[in-house]
Design a protein around this ligand. Sequence first.
Ligand SMILES: [Cu+2]
Length: 171
Amino acid sequence: MIIPNQKTFYLAFFLALSGAAYGGAGHTHGSKIGSPADAADATRTVEIVMSDNRYDHMHIDVRESEVVRFVVHNKGQLVHEFNIGTHKMHAAHQEEMLAMMQSGQMSPTTVMHGHGGMMGHDDPNSILLNPGETKELVWKFAPADKGLEFACNVPGHYQAGMIGKFRYPAN
Ligand SMILES: [Cu+2]
């Protein structure tokens, strides 16, 4: 067995961290699913209430290129997320959140916001709310993506039914 010296060990550790950060940023796929936008450009506001473990919407109708301001309230006792993405993106994000929970950066009922917490959770397509919080996310929708979902990727919540679909009735 080879025991690496300390310098080699830290280099390997740094590379592993860089890889994780790159992977986290890489699955946003901005152009395909849309992109973050300014509230000033929004044509309407959609209010969403989250409870344990569901949204008060099963579908949200949107139009291609429309800018929507989502105002999301967490009225549950648990941490919840509002994340815009495909099923595949949500599945990848669920693994990240499980790792955050296992590393102590969040618990089922509390998440630390800001520096020192939330590693890998600065994705522009997502907001993560503590119980009682209200947050906004402004999103410009791309050309109709039939697989676009809003979902909560806190471990177990997607599987419990905390997922809804964006529909494009006008397209
Ligand atoms: Cu949730």
